[in-house]
Design a protein around this ligand. Structure first.
Ligand SMILES: [Zn+2]
Length: 399
């Protein structure tokens, strides 16, 4: 079995954190100066590892192995959420770099641009999978600064370069290591998670139209209070969903706006964003049908409620053969301290799984914290995760 170099792995992760270092985390939004520097740094590290490095026209960084034979593609993303953690994304990329060095062949590395969605949704991995058009790129802009994606690519020096697309014949598959971003592994005293599937989500806007009026003179019997209608619908959803959801379904009404949101005015409008996630499309279908029924029932009251479809992603099943290889490797390195689990967060692997057999490995997040500068994983767990992935890669490339 290959042996990874733990101190070398950690020192590369520390070096990457220097780009946009913020407290113990990093602030590296997509195509910020620090992010662009980190892409060039990675490119040099991949070259030093004997790979042919390239940054393509969407900002994806690749390290390509020139030896013959099928490859495994390892990777994740380099950019971070604002003032966020040092391992989200970085872990999977630097694991790829270290395993390419440790195995000495058979590994390609990729850092997919903008997984964190500063400009769009999974633009780097979708570009690689042939699911991003120039027209869509032309319509995207940074959600904070408003700078267009094309301008950002031009300033970075990446505009006009070809966008590399996956050659499925080249690859045995794609494996992405990632921090768990939850506390399940830690709570159970486990050290490795093998992902079974990445959840799909459905997101809706709920719009309620009532009648704005005076809070003192409008009799209760004639009111069309949009705030009350939305509150009732929210309670109905939260009462019904537990009875029809799957064991790990989650649902969230993350934003509620009441208009005009004043103490002495009966609200004339209300607006909410609602989403639910599960790994099973049948469960998602059932919840969506139930939501439509609840809205239809609510519409028998004094207000008009409409449901607008905002976005949906399909659940992505991970390759069962890859899961088995990761299980075997984990059992050899940390017997009994690993489990299979779904991913509640989205990852590039859900995009890659449409073109290549794909899998994910999780390491524990201390306190379950992520998307925050204090995000962390113990050095021992970081090193163990890389060794387990290296073993599984060697196993899969031999098969
Ligand atoms: Zn991530």
């Amino acid at each position: 079995m290959p042996t990874i170099d733990g101190p070398r792995l950690l020192s590369d992760l520390y070096a990457l954190r220097k780009f946009g270092e913020y407290k113990t985390g990093a602030h590296r939004p997509t195509f910020s100066p620090e992010d662009i520097q980190s892409r060039h740094w990675l490119s040099q590290r991949l070259t030093d590892a004997g790979l042919t490095a390239e940054i393509d026209g969407i900002g994806n960084v690749y390290g390509l192995c020139q030896a013959p034979g099928q490859k495994l593609l390892l990777g994740s993303h380099l950019e971070t959420q604002n003032h966020a953690g040092w391992l989200d994304g970085a872990l999977g990329v630097i694991y790829g770099l270290e395993i390419a060095r440790a195995l000495g062949g058979g590994i390609d590395v990729a850092a997919f641009a903008d997984e964190e969605g500063h400009f769009g949704g999974f633009i780097g991995s979708r570009s690689f999978c042939g699911a991003l058009t120039d027209a869509e790129i032309g319509g995207l802009a940074d959600r904070n600064s408003g700078v267009s994606l094309n301008d950002a690519l031009a300033s970075a020096g990446f505009a006009g370069r070809p966008r590399r697309q996956v050659d499925p014949a080249r690859y045995r598959g794609y494996i992405e290591a990632h921090i768990e971003q939850g506390a399940e592994l830690e709570d159970k005293g486990l050290r490795i998670g093998v992902v079974t599937a990445i959840v799909g989500s459905r997101r809706f806007r709920i719009m309620v139209e009532g009648q704005q009026n005076h809070a003192g003179t409008t009799r209760m019997a004639v009111r069309r209070d949009a705030g009350v209608a939305l509150a009732r619908l929210s309670v109905a959803i939260h009462d019904l969903f537990p009875t029809i959801a799957g064991p790990r379904t989650v649902w969230t009404m993350g934003r509620i706006l009441i208009d005009p949101n004043q103490p002495s005015i009966v609200p004339g409008r209300a607006d909410a964003l609602f989403q639910f996630r599960d790994t099973d499309s049948a469960v998602l279908d059932r919840l969506e049908a139930a939501l439509e029924d609840l809205v239809a029932t609510a519409n028998q009251g004094p207000c008009r409620i409409t449901l607008q479809d905002r976005s949906r992603t399909v659940p992505a099943a991970m390759d069962t053969g890859f899961q088995a290889a990761l299980d075997r490797a984990a059992e050899a390195r940390c017997p009994g301290l690993h489990q299979r689990m779904p991913s509640g967060a989205g990852h590039d692997a859900q995009i890659l799984s449409s073109r290549l057999p794909s899998a994910m490995l999780f390491v524990p997040s201390i306190g379950g914290i992520s998307h925050h500068w204090s995000e962390n994983t113990s050095d021992d767990d970081i090193v163990l995760g890389c060794q387990v992935l290296a073993d599984a890669c060697a196993d899969l490339l031999r098969a």
